[in-house]
Design a binder for this molecule. Structure first.
Ligand SMILES: Nc1ncnc2c1ncn2[C@@H]1O[C@H](COP(=O)(O)OP(=O)(O)OP(=O)(O)O)[C@@H](O)[C@H]1O
Length: 599
């Protein structure tokens, strides 16, 4: 079988159903407890009283106003009772309307908070987390999984409280009205709970499978859209559609299976309630025949029993909804429990304005434990120096940059800025002093101006323009339909790769960092533009320490220090002239480039 599109995620299937998770979920309701209490109060007092009072008024009307045991019926009593009943119906309608409106409001607020908390947490997670997760699977937790909790919060919380109160109220009334009959009806309830709890494990497992399938669909969808150009270029649409269809059908199958299990809840409750009603009718008739009970009490009883099964049915539905939602809740909390791989110390200090000295002290690092990407790196860079990192593909150049920005932590050794370990300072203060330009520039949807301003949101329009001018981006921006106000879409697809890189230069420049990192930043710019940028960057680089990762000789030859890497080890270092004097990696690299150019 093809190993393409294998998504690593989500295998928490066997974790036990965890009431602590439910507790965590309901912690999100805590800020709104006052509103919950007020809605519960309204529904209990007005809604429930009216609900409980109506059968009682019916019983009074039959036994005292229509067919009393002693004497004539009373029309005026009947009118009073009917008016009272109407008033009760009105009250019930108002209480229900109020409850629905309020529960929806509270539910929406809780969902908002949950989604915001999840998003905030995801923002704090490190590169290592995203290395392991397909973007689509991260996406689906913030969208689908949070949505699937909506029902629990909107209808669930308050209705559960109300239903439990209603159930207790009705149970008391039934036992009070006719204890033996009440007990006979309730005998069926334990049977129902027994059957439901047997179903629970199967249902929960089935819904977890559904969530995983949905997550994979999203991961694949995201990958397909991002990679659509490659798919079309290699004419792989048919294979892609076939693969997606397979995933889609598998998702539907698992959904049908889970849903079929879920639907077993309804019949279980119905059969139990039918048995209860049967017991009620048989035993009730017997009691009336033996003059132990009146017809009015039996009619009231039948109505109350209806109100007894109603909350049980709803609680059963809520329970099955909770089982569906729990698989989402688990997935959400799995992310929430994920700790950033580069944690900030509690006593981390703010990194003050740097001079720009950078030292790597015996640094060893690997993305995976058994495969080191850097081994025993020692590097001392003085403030204002420009350092070019060169070496074959995969030799560890970008990894040095990743450690400098603390996207990852070293396995051994330290990264020091002005003598301070990067692990001792706040991440925000560290990264705000490092400007980074990558080859794959990310352009956000918004205007060109917004994109340049991304590194320093407070910058004025004039500053934005000045930054664009100094990296020679102004001319192409001025030629766009709306100049700096031209809207670009996500990833900046309407711009050429070189133009995107120029924007990213302007963005880094505007942020005015003490340390500048250019990771293959000039690879997609034509030589002429690059030369002009070199001029512009000349003054810029003079004042700050810079690291330049590049394959093009023209970019690196003027660097103060060239560091040559091979398989994660520094094999040579010095300036261009020094390195050219001795045989070695650098000289062969340069000679290879010249040979290539002259050929
Ligand atoms: N996120 C990652 N997860 C696992 N391994 C990684 C990751 N990024 C890089 N590597 C591995 O680490 C090693 C060093 O990679 P690095 O990106 O530093 O190389 P590089 O010198 O910058 O290469 P290039 O010139 O191609 O950009 C490579 O073997 C690479 O496969």
């Amino acid at each position: 079988m093809s190993r393409q599109f294998v998504y690593q995620d989500d295998d928490t299937i066997e974790t036990p159903f965890n009431w602590k998770q439910i507790g965590r979920l309901f912690a999100f309701v805590r800020p709104y407890r006052k509103e919950v209490i007020s809605v519960t109060f309204v529904m209990t007092v007005f809604g429930m009283l009216s609900r409980l009072a109506i059968p009682f008024l019916t019983y009074k009307a039959i036994d005292q106003a229509i067919q009393p045991e002693n004497g004539e019926g009373s029309t005026s009593l009947l009118v009073i009772l009917v008016v009272a009943m109407l008033a009760m119906y009105g009250m019930r309608w108002w209480a229900q309307r109020y409850t629905i409106q309020k529960t929806n409001e509270i539910g929406q607020k809780v969902i908002f908070d949950l989604r915001a908390a999840l998003f905030k947490h995801i923002q704090s997670l490190s590169f290592r987390f995203f290395d392991k997760r397909p973007a689509g699977s991260v996406l689906v937790r913030v969208t689908n999984d949070v949505n699937s909790l909506q029902d629990v919060f909107t209808n669930g919380v308050i209705n559960t409280v109300i239903d439990i109160i209603q159930l207790i109220g009705i149970t008391i009334i039934l036992l009070f009205l006719e204890p033996k009959l009440g007990l006979a009806v309730m005998i069926t309830v334990p049977i129902m709970f027994l059957v439901s709890s047997k179903l629970r494990r199967t249902i929960r497992h089935a819904w977890q499978v559904v969530r995983i399938k949905q997550s994979r669909i999203n991961a694949h969808l995201n990958e397909s859209i991002q990679g659509i150009r490659v798919t079309q270029a290699f004419a792989q649409e048919r294979e892609n559609i076939g693969y997606f269809d397979g995933m889609n059908s598998s998702n539907i199958r698992s959904w049908n299976r889970a849903s079929a299990f879920n639907q077993l809840f309804g019949p279980v409750i119905e059969v139990t309630s039918a048995i209860g009603t049967l017991v009620l009718l048989l035993y009730g008739t017997y009691l009336i025949k033996s003059d132990a009970m009146t017809v009015g009490v039996l009619v009231a009883f039948i109505t109350y029993v209806g109100s007894f099964w109603e909350p049980i049915t709803r609680l059963g539905m809520m329970y099955s909804q909770l089982l569906i939602s729990m698989s989402s809740a688990e997935r959400i909390f799995e992310f929430m429990d994920e700790k950033p791989a580069v944690p900030e110390k509690e006593d981390a200090t703010r990194l003050t304005e740097l001079e720009g000295r950078v030292r790597l002290d015996n640094v060893t690092f690997g993305y995976e434990t058994d495969r080191p990407a850097l081994k025993g790196i020692n590097l001392d860079v003085k403030p204002g120096m420009s350092v070019a990192l060169v070496g074959h593909t995969g030799s560890g150049k970008s990894t040095i940059v990743n450690l400098l920005c603390r996207f990852y932590d070293t396995v051994e050794g330290r990264v020091l800025l002005d003598g301070i370990d990067v692990r001792d300072v706040t991440i925000e203060s560290l990264r705000s002093q490092i400007g980074i330009v990558l080859q794959d520039t990310f352009i956000f949807s918004g205007t060109i101006r917004d994109n340049i301003r991304y590194g320093r949101p407070g910058a004025t329009d004039a500053e934005v323009e000045a930054a664009a001018r100094s990296v020679r981006a102004h001319d192409f921006i001025a030629n766009l339909p709306d100049g700096y106000d031209t809207e670009v879409q996500e990833r900046g697809n309407a711009l050429s790769v070189g133009q995107r890189q120029l924007l990213s230069f302007a963005r880094a420049l505007l942020a005015n960092p003490r340390i500048l990192v250019l990771d293959e930043a000039t690879a997609s710019i034509d030589t002429e533009t690059e030369l002009r940028i070199q001029e512009a960057l000349g003054t810029l680089l003079e004042e700050r320490t810079s690291f330049i990762v590049a394959h093009r000789l023209s970019t690196i030859r003027h660097a103060d220090m060239i560091v040559v890497l091979d398989h994660g080890v520094i094999v040579d270092q010095g300036n261009h002239d020094e390195l050219m004097k001795r045989p070695g990696h650098y000289r062969s690299l340069v000679e290879a480039q010249y040979r290539y150019l002259s050929a």
